[in-house]
Design a protein around this ligand. Structure first.
Ligand code: NAI
Length: 286
């Protein structure tokens, strides 16, 4: 039987989530997607109208099929957590069952089990503010959307994951080195995500035979990254200073995810794996 993957955090064909989906599909996995509620409409419309068809092409020439797209807001664990103003918001009221618990229940109802869980989402409303100027609300919001969201996904999906399964998130080196411009508590959120990767690897490994890893990816011109504002500078910096002087493609990171999700990586868990042309290994720019 082929494997089934749920990928949270795809809303267009530019980000890491899309590339991970493609690499997993190329390796034969069935693809389920969780799309942020406010982005759902445009994503589904674009998919239906063939706007992504060129980027759906897999190495064998076939098109990646997305079996089902689920609306998801990973900031809310269950319906009781959703504030009234969000419930009433036009962009939310058009969909239902999009809290983490409900999405896991829907996937269980539709498909029974999954084998691979991918977290490719982050949000920090004050990302362009220095940490020193970040509000408590902004900081906690960044950690809620970018770190706790992974714990919540794991908590609700692990019970429907087959033993031997794999979970993967995406992180950034701003967690461990100073990257001015990656503010608003996003650096803190990535540090939490990496630390949680280790603890969750222990807990999910012992209890459920599930692996937990995170990919520390180099800079990519995704929608989220463009919103931060310094992405072109980071790409140029990497081109100049990394051991491998080529632009990093989303596909290269997607392939690492496919490897980590595969039996080839059966002994890897609790790891931060760099997919960044080696930039993390440099001590000085040259
Ligand atoms: P992206 O814009 O393709 O992906 C972020 C996704 O998160 C979007 O689809 C957005 O709709 C979704 N999202 C935001 N809040 C959400 C919520 N509350 N519930 C559900 N979905 C939500 O951008 P990108 O850059 O591909 O991001 C994917 C992951 O890769 C993130 O964790 C990011 O931090 C990480 N990453 C990105 C790098 C880059 O240079 N682009 C570098 C290293 C890591």
């Amino acid at each position: 039987r082929g494997k089934r993957a749920f990928i949270a955090g795809i809303a267009d064909d530019n980000g890491y989530g899309w590339a991970v989906a493609k690499s997993l599909a190329a390796a034969g996995a069935e693809i389920l997607v969780g799309t942020w509620v406010p982005a759902l409409n445009i994503f589904e419309t674009s998919l239906r109208r063939g706007k992504f068809d060129e980027s759906r092409v897999l190495p064998d020439g076939s098109l990646m099929e997305i079996t089902k797209v689920y609306p998801l807001d990973a900031v809310y664990d269950c319906p009781e957590d959703v504030p009234e103003d969000v419930k009433a918001n036009k962009r939310y009221s058009g969909s239902d069952s999009w809290t983490v618990k409900e999405v896991a229940e829907s996937v269980k109802k539709d498909f029974g089990t999954i084998d691979i869980l991918v977290h490719s989402l982050a949000n920090g409303s004050e990302v362009s503010k220095p940490l020193l100027e970040t509000s408590r609300k902004g900081y906690l919001g960044a950690v809620s959307a970018s770190s706790y969201s992974f714990i919540s996904l794991l908590k609700h999906f692990v019970p429907i994951m087959n033993p031997g399964g794999a979970t993967i998130s995406l992180t950034y080196i701003a967690s461990e080195r100073i990257i001015p411009g990656y503010g608003g508590g996003m650096s803190s959120a990535k540090a939490a995500l990496e630390s949680d990767t280790r603890v969750l690897a222990f807990e999910a490994g012992r209890k459920h035979d599930i692996r937990v890893n995170t990919i520390s990816a180099g800079p990519l011109r995704s929608r989220a990254a463009k919103a931060i504002g310094f992405i072109d500078m980071m790409i140029d910096y990497s081109l100049e200073n990394a051991p491998l002087q080529k632009e990093l493609t989303a596909e290269e990171v997607g392939n690492v995810a496919a490897f980590l999700a595969s039996p080839l990586a059966s002994a890897i868990t609790g790891a931060v794996i760099y997919a960044d042309n080696g930039l993390n290994a440099m001590g000085v720019g040259v």
